[in-house]
Structure formats: C-alpha cells, structure tokens
Design a protein around this ligand. Structure first.
Ligand code: ZN
Ligand code: ZN
Length: 301
C-alpha cells in the first residue's frame, strides 16, 4: 500500500469518525437532558472529546501528509503529535468539568428524571459506537495502521465505560442510592484522565525524539553488520521517529584509500537494505577513514 493511498484512506476514516462522533454526541446529550444524570453528562462530555480529537486528527493527518518544502525540509510528520497534545489538554479540561459536576451533585442529591427512557437512548449511542469500533479495528488492520487500530481500541474502552455507566445508573434507580450517579461520573473522569495520559505519553516521546524500540535498533545493527562489506565499522548510530517516518544516521568507517564512488556504493547498499526492513526510513551516513574508528558500535562482518 503506497503512503498516499493509505493517507487518503485514513482521511476518509477520520471524516467518518467525526460524523459518527457527532451523532453519538447528540444522542448522549439527549439522554443526559432526559435524565439529569451526572454520569450520563460525563459520558456525553467524553463524546465531545472524541469529536474534537477526530477533527484535530483529520487536520493533522492532512498536514503531516504534505511533502517537505523549503521552510520544512524534514517534512511535516510531527503535525500528528500536535493533535495528540491538543487532545490531552481537552481531556484534562473535560475531567475537571466532570469532577466539578459530580461534586455539585454529591452536595445536592436528587432523583433522576425519566431514567429508563434516558438509559435506552444512551444504549443506542453505545451500539453505534460499537459498530464504528469494529470498522476502525478491521480497516486499521487491513491498512496496517497502528493509529487506526489504537483509535478503535480507545473507542472500545469508551463503549465499555458507557455500558458500565448505564448499568450503574440503573442500579442507582433500583436501589434508590443517588450517590452512585456522581460516584460513577467521577470514575468516568478518572478513566478519561488515564486515556489522556496514554495519548500524551506517546506524543511527548515523539516530540522529544525518542529512539526506535530496542528490537528495531538491534535489527538495524544486524543489517549494517551484514550489508556493509568493504567497510570496517559503523558507530554513533542515532535514530528518531517523526510520525510514520524513521530517521536513521550513523558514521561509516572505510579504508582511507577507498574511492568516493566505492564508499557511496556501500552506503547505497546499506540504505536500500534498511529501507526494506524499516518502513519510511530516511538514512543519512557520514563516511570516515580508518583512523576515525572507535572499535565499538557495529563491526562489519
Ligand atoms: Zn565518527
Ligand atoms: Zn547518494
């Protein structure tokens, strides 16, 4: 699958997420309005976060797919991290609003209005969300997009928390214990904070140029070691991610008498082998004569 084709498929799915999110948001807001339940309010607020996050993701996917230009010679891949940081900030605001609503409800407990009808309406939203989860996860696997699969599982956790909330509100109605409603809302807020932290953590390591995972790093070392015949060693290997792109750079030590053309051939061979293994790799190699050898790092076999 080519990058542009995958990007256009991702754009369509992101647009679908916005449409589904708006419908679900409308239904959940109706359920909250019918019942006055703080737990259902928190559930609706979680949907707002999803809609705004989907809009931010759509803009980010579009911007990240733009080719490198004179002002952004390394491309626009990091745009994807911005949407995640925005999502994280919104999540914190949403959780604070829910905590405040739950606290107010604890101080003035009151029975819910039209609870069963409201719960039925809320369940309808969960069914729509569950169907969209299935679309995201199956399409994501087909397109080999970890981001889509992750979105699908994030939405699945929302469905699970929604079902938990409605069951809890039902229990509050049956037992007449009204405190259960704000208590559930506080639990939803904690769950929102937790998912926000996970989103933020991944983006922050991307913004801080975290290296590729150890297995990938080991694989890159093996490739250099086996494909660099004619060279002596490689050292100062550095890697970083920018969205879907992986930047890899290192020093390659060759015999000082090697011609520039021969050294360039070795570099091209290594670059091709790495690109075969690491998708969207951008490799930069600095060639040095043997007196620059550090006798550590990757020894060429
Ligand atoms: Zn060096
Ligand atoms: Zn070249």
């Amino acid at each position: 699958m080519s990058t542009t084709l995958a990007a256009s498929a991702s754009l369509k799915i992101a647009a679908g997420s916005i449409a589904v999110g708006l419908v679900v948001l409308a239904i959940k807001t109706l359920a909250w309005w019918m019942t006055g339940s703080v737990a259902l309010f928190s559930d609706a607020l979680e949907s707002i976060v999803n809609v705004v996050a989907a809009v931010a993701a759509l803009i980010a996917v579009y911007y990240a797919a733009q080719p490198a230009d004179e002002r952004h010679p390394y491309g626009h891949h990091k745009a994807e991290y911005f949407s995640a940081v925005l999502e994280g900030a919104m999540i914190i605001v949403a959780a604070l609003v829910i905590f405040h609503a739950a606290w107010t409800a604890i101080q003035n407990p009151r029975p819910l209005d039209a609870p069963v009808e409201g719960l039925f309406v809320n369940w309808l939203a969960s069914v729509i969300n569950a169907v969209w989860c299935w679309v995201l996860i199956s399409r994501g696997r087909k397109l080999r997009s970890p981001a889509l699969v992750a979105d699908g599982y994030h939405l699945l956790s929302d469905v699970v928390s929604s079902v938990g909330v409605t069951l809890g509100v039902l229990l509050a109605i049956v037992t007449g214990w009204h405190m259960l409603d704000p208590a559930l809302a506080a639990l939803v807020a904690l769950n929102i904070l937790w998912s926000g932290w996970k989103v933020m953590k991944g983006s922050l390591s991307g913004l801080l140029d975290e290296a590729v995972p150890d297995e990938t790093l080991e694989r890159i070392r093996e490739i250099i070691s086996h494909k660099a015949s004619g060279a002596i060693e490689a050292h100062d290997l550095r890697t970083r991610h920018a969205g879907a792109v992986t930047f890899i750079e290192f020093h390659l030590v060759v015999d000082g008498q090697t011609t520039v053309a021969d050294a360039h051939d070795i570099c091209d061979r290594i670059e091709a082998a790495i690109r075969n293994e690491v998708s969207d790799a951008r490799v930069t190699i600095h060639v040095e004569p043997e007196d620059k050898a550090k006798h550590k790092g990757v020894i060429v076999v």
